[in-house]
Design a binder for this molecule. Sequence first.
Ligand code: PGA
Length: 251
Amino acid sequence: MRKLIAANWKMYKTRAEAEATAHQLVSLLGTVPDGHEVILFAPFTAIEATRRGLGTTAHMHVGGQNLYPVAEGAFTGEISAAMLRDCGADWVLAGHSERRHIMDESDLLVSEKTAFALDSGLNVVLCIGETLEERESGRLEDVLRRQLDSGLKKVPSDLDPDRLAVAYEPVWAIGTGKVASGSDIVEAHAIVRGLLGSFLGSKAGHIAILYGGSVKPGNAASILNLDNVDGLLVGGASLQAESFAKIVRPE
Ligand code: PGA
């Protein structure tokens, strides 16, 4: 299975900063390692500049961090799938924990975003993950089942599995410096793989499952080697081209 290494730039970078970071990343990497795909999830205003910074380098993609699941209309402050594609995005995040917990996005909205984005030609990284309280009260599997069940409910049955990835990001490990242990990651990814099988059947084995939460150059390679880890979603350590390049191509 290919490895997807994704950067989530969140609400960082102007157009000039994004273009320079993308360009520097290309210079540092030369080419993307065999069997890998790199995705940079840039702020909306910097998607076009990020695309320009990447030039025509193969296996490097740009994505948006959110969208509204309607073609167009009176939705002040929102952005459509067509607008993202127009700027050069071919991927989008759905259900990132910051949107679920800070913007109060519901499972239903995440489900509609996932289906609408896929239907509009965007590829999707569907993000799921439990809070510390949910984990400590023994509800890990229930939370992952609920988020995946709703997130995948409206996904068409004939979907090309290359167009969808799931990112397992324990909320307590995002931006905190607390990385989940190898055994926590293996356990959660096995649960996700099993649930994907029950919701999507034989396609499940071909859907990339990414880990996210305090990934750094020092831990990326060992996490990527774990069972059922097909990629990484990296926040803080993706903001500097040098550190993200070391995650994409460990020394
Ligand atoms: P982090 O963020 O790497 O800074 O923990 C990950 C994410 O939010 O996707």
